[in-house]
Design a protein around this ligand. Structure first.
Ligand SMILES: Cc1cc2nc3c(=O)[nH]c(=O)nc-3n(C[C@H](O)[C@H](O)[C@H](O)COP(=O)(O)OP(=O)(O)OC[C@H]3O[C@@H](n4cnc5c(N)ncnc54)[C@H](O)[C@@H]3O)c2cc1C
Length: 600
């Protein structure tokens, strides 16, 4: 069942064995589904990706998206086919509740299809994912009329949903955004402002664009408390059911190093004083609402990074089995046949590293998707605990997958040697596509500040405590299997290191030294995320040991054994970095001793 760019055996294992999707079917909301049915849906998604997406991955990159100087952006023809076919199968709207015409799929299932699309052709999944997220924002906070007007065509794939936050002077710091909204006597707002870097803001595959846009209502308080959220279509529906131009002009398209078929636009709202915006929810709560889409997108970006890294790994693995070069160190006879490069220890190290990163990160994305599903069906204390765990894992899944996924993709190029650097192979494209994951939806620096500054301290450290307890529970469960005892013990030691480091760092916060507390937030993120990925590998290995003990025959012995092998690899080659991060984090001579002018 292994395919060139994704691995359905792995996906099935993560979904049904490691993260136990079937737990969800016991809740009313998901009780119309079962294992067989959900797997059939995922298989249809794989067929769609095999047919419509993967074969066009390199060609769509070559064609790219281009501005014509008159407000239009050309995109590859194949994009329209993909959006229409994916919409028809439900891969924009199936996640929504049946009340809104969806199939009430768990995020775990919806995201599994997305994972396949991301691995096959990540740029095109961007278009689908943005539409799905924008529609969900409208169903969560919009009026019945807004839902009726905007959601149906987005689900049908004829209108494109976007998120429009960034402005030239306000990227990481949304506090500084200035787009304005003025209430009219007719009830709508007149919008004015510039938004840059808006993904899917204009292209040829959809007839209309629904921009979920942040702006300030005139007279609103300064800062994030004065930001509201508006639905701004490019063409607005009129009373007679026709559409008229809504003064949203595409002023440009950014040419990028990767995701070249995924348009990134500069939008001008209200140049002719005729851009109507429709308030979503209540005034001044826009950023709070938008966080729903941003948090989902952060998990989505993390998952995309792991999916692309997995595709890069699978192509490198295939190449390493086929390419012959050199001989083993102990075999110097030039008359002997060269060996496939997969037999060289250094190539094996590179492949193991890629597998450990890509599959570990994908497993974490699936963990987050399950927490997301549970948040919607649990109640009381259980719901609150679940929410906190998801809160702390969100910046981690985004950041680890983006940063280490890029590292994995770089290793995939390295495995291919010179060919990896050429456009003949997709390795370089995977690498180019992956770089953006550490930038959009909040950069690595911003995610790290979120982890240490907000998530670790929230509710008196409750989220960090729950994370520690959850990891400890996996360690305890794994003790049942001899093959996992050592890995569990080591993970426990590193977990202690993280907890000690956190307590010591919090001392700076208590002493009022916020600058010192946050100075190395990105190193802290690195430390924490390695432990979290180690936890995910222990979970994967624990499921493998359980299935082996039950003499399961669906998964091959090699597949199950490889979970344990990669866990051991991760413990030896990746996790020890935690100790040196601890040293850096607790060293008071570092960073605080530097000054800006030391960089000049
Ligand atoms: C291809 C692409 C697609 C995008 N799609 C969208 C979209 O669909 N919708 C949308 O609204 N936006 C989108 N964006 C914008 C994206 O979210 C921003 O680029 C991102 O948030 C970073 O903002 P910036 O580029 O202004 O960088 P800056 O905010 O200027 O950051 C530059 C550097 O400074 C660091 N930095 C900034 N502030 C701090 C701080 N307080 N502490 C520590 N370090 C800091 C950052 O980590 C970064 O390394 C997209 C961007 C790109 C490139």
């Amino acid at each position: 069942m292994s395919r060139k760019y994704s691995d359905l055996t792995l996906l099935k294992y993560l979904l049904y064995e490691v993260h136990q999707l079937s737990d969800l079917f016991a809740f009313d909301y998901f009780s119309h589904l079962d294992e067989e049915q959900t797997w059939l849906m995922i298989q249809s998604a794989a067929e769609l990706a095999d047919r419509d997406m993967f074969p066009y991955y390199q060609e769509m990159d070559r064609i790219g998206a281009h501005y014509d100087g008159k407000g239009n952006v050309s995109t590859p023809d194949q994009l329209k086919t993909i959006i229409q076919n994916a919409a028809e199968q439900g891969w924009i709207g199936a996640f929504a509740s049946m009340d809104y015409g969806g199939m009430q799929l768990p995020a775990m299932v919806f995201s599994s299809a997305q994972h396949i699309f991301q691995a096959a052709n990540n740029g095109v999944q961007g278009y689908l994912g943005l539409s799905a997220g924008a529609a969900r924002l409208i169903t969560s906070f919009g009026t019945a009329e807004q839902v009726k007007t905007f959601v149906e065509p987005i689900f049908a794939g004829t209108w494109q949903g976007t998120m429009a936050l960034t402005e030239p002077q306000a990227g990481s710091s949304l506090t500084d955004l200035t787009a304005s909204a003025q209430l009219t006597s007719a009830g709508h707002y007149l919008i004015k402002g510039q938004k840059i870097f808006i993904s899917a803001g204009q292209h040829e595959a959809c007839d209309n664009f629904v921009h979920l846009t942040l702006a300030r209502i005139e007279g609103a308080p300064a800062g994030v408390k004065g930001i509201s959220l508006f639905i701004i279509p490019k063409f607005r529906p009129t009373a007679d059911g026709s559409l008229e131009y809504n003064d949203v002009f595409c002023a440009g398209e950014f040419q990028k190093m990767g995701q070249r078929c995924y348009s990134t636009t500069h939008l001008a709202f209200g140049d002719q004083n005729d851009c109507h915006g429709y308030l979503l929810g209540e005034p001044h709560k826009g950023l709070h609402y938008m966080f729903q889409m941003m948090n989902e997108a952060r998990i989505g970006v993390g998952q995309t990074a792991s999916s692309v890294a997995l595709a890069a790994y699978l192509s490198a693995l295939q190449y390493a089995k086929e390419r012959t070069q050199g001989r083993l160190p102990s075999e110097k006879d030039p008359l002997k046949e060269p060996v496939p490069i997969i037999r060289h220890a250094d190539v094996q190290r590179m492949l193991f590293t890629q597998k450990a990163i890509a599959e570990g990160a994908l497993c974490l994305a699936m963990e987050c998707n399950k927490l997301f599903d549970l948040e919607h069906v649990l109640t009381g204390d259980e719901k609150a605990k679940n929410k906190l765990l998801l809160e702390i894992l969100t910046p981690i899944v985004k950041t680890y997958s983006a940063e280490h996924g890029l590292r994995a993709a770089s290793l995939a190029i390295q495995v291919l040697g010179g060919y990896g650097y050429t456009v003949d192979f997709p390795a370089q494209q995977y690498f180019r596509d992956l770089k953006i994951m550490a930038i959009y939806e909040g950069t690595t620096g911003i995610q790290s500040l979120d982890l240490l500054g907000r998530k670790v301290t929230m509710e008196n450290g409750a989220a960090a405590q729950i994370l520690g307890e959850t990891i400890m529970k996996t360690i305890e469960d794994s003790r049942e299997y001899d093959a996992l005892k050592e890995a569990g013990r080591e993970l426990g030691l590193y977990l202690n290191m993280w907890q000690e480091t956190t307590i010591q760092l919090l001392g700076h916060l208590k002493a009022g030294n916020l600058e010192r507390y946050l100075a190395d937030a990105t190193i802290y993120m690195e430390m924490c995320s390695q432990i979290v990925i180690g936890w995910q590998w222990l979970k994967m290995a624990e499921s493998a040991a359980r299935l082996a003990a039950q003499n399961n025959t669906f998964y091959s012995q090699e597949f199950l054994q490889s979970r344990i092998q990669v866990l051991e690899f991760f413990m030896r080659y990746e996790l020890p970095i935690v100790a040196s991060h601890k040293k850096v984090l607790l060293d008071d001579k570092w960073l605080t001793n530097f000054q800006e002018w030391d960089l000049f």
